[in-house]
Design a protein around this ligand. Structure first.
Ligand code: SF4
Ligand code: FES
Length: 246
């Protein structure tokens, strides 16, 4: 496949940045999107030009490190798929692709396609943990948890912290991410002890980090590679209301 790429190049946080045209040639449909960028980077390095900076780690769709906006869609056109798991067979020979970083006030661009997602880490630091001693594996298994509650916790725990929900939201809201973390721990008995404090602390931190409010567009759910449901936002709101009444 031969493709025309317009890639966001930005030397650093203070640089204005711009889209730069590149030709990606002889790309295998079986390559992942990141492997396609690796090929483009090899050519740039061969020409003594600066390679395109982008984030990746596991390349298996589980770590949440990768993330690019492809033709205006966070993680690209395939539903429930991270950029690293997006294969070039999802595009056509001759396509033109616009590749940009996550765009949100709380995610400043560091370089090219790399953004600082430390704001999500700070939400976790504010309350995304438990202090109960859970003991070893046998102790953990001694606490019986109803199946539907365990399923809810596992569904919420699927969030990989990629930030696509924020990039997709017209308000740059981190409600889906925060709600997944709050719901995950609130669904389990080990997490209930601190549930009220947790939801207040994480919500306050979320607002302090410059994320916007949820505006019910549901763009977050549509962009989420793990299918995190907006029903967790409703759960976050209920947890917050309960904590406020106390
Ligand atoms: S809720 Fe989905 S889109 Fe948002 S950070 Fe978690 S996995 Fe990524
Ligand atoms: S690199 Fe780990 S999810 Fe994409």
């Amino acid at each position: 496949m031969n493709l025309t790429l317009y890639v966001w190049r930005q030397k650093g946080p203070q640089d204005a940045g711009r889209l730069v045209r590149y030709d990606a040639q002889d790309i295998s449909p079986d390559m992942s999107f990141l492997e396609m960028l690796d090929v483009v980077n090899q050519e740039l390095i061969g020409r003594n030009e600066e390679p395109i900076a982008f984030d990746s780690d596991c390349r298996e769709g589980i770590c949440g490190t990768c993330g690019q906006v492809v033709n205006g869609v966070p993680h690209g056109p395939r539903e429930r798929t991270t950029t690293c798991q997006l294969h070039m067979r999802n595009f056509k020979d001759g396509d033109t692709l616009y590749i940009e970083p996550w765009r949100a006030r709380a995610f400043p661009v560091i370089k090219d396609l790399v953004v600082d997602r430390g704001s999500l880490d700070r939400i976790i630091q504010a309350g995304g943990y438990i202090s109960a001693h859970t003991g070893g594996v046998p102790d953990g298994n001694a606490v019986l948890i109803p199946k539907d509650e365990a399923d809810t916790a596992m569904d919420a725990a699927e969030c990989i912290g990629c930030g696509a929900c924020v990039a997709a939201c017209p308000n740059g809201s981190a409600m889906l991410f925060t709600s997944a973390k709050v719901a995950h721990l609130a669904a389990l008995p080990q997490g209930r002890a601190e549930a009220a404090r947790r939801v207040c602390m994480m919500t306050e931190e979320m607002l302090g980090q410059g994320f916007g409010n949820c505006s019910n567009h549901y763009a977050c759910e549509a962009a989420c590679p793990k299918g995190i449901s907006v029903r967790f936002i409703a759960k976050l709101n209920r947890e917050f209301l309960k904590a406020s009444l106390r």
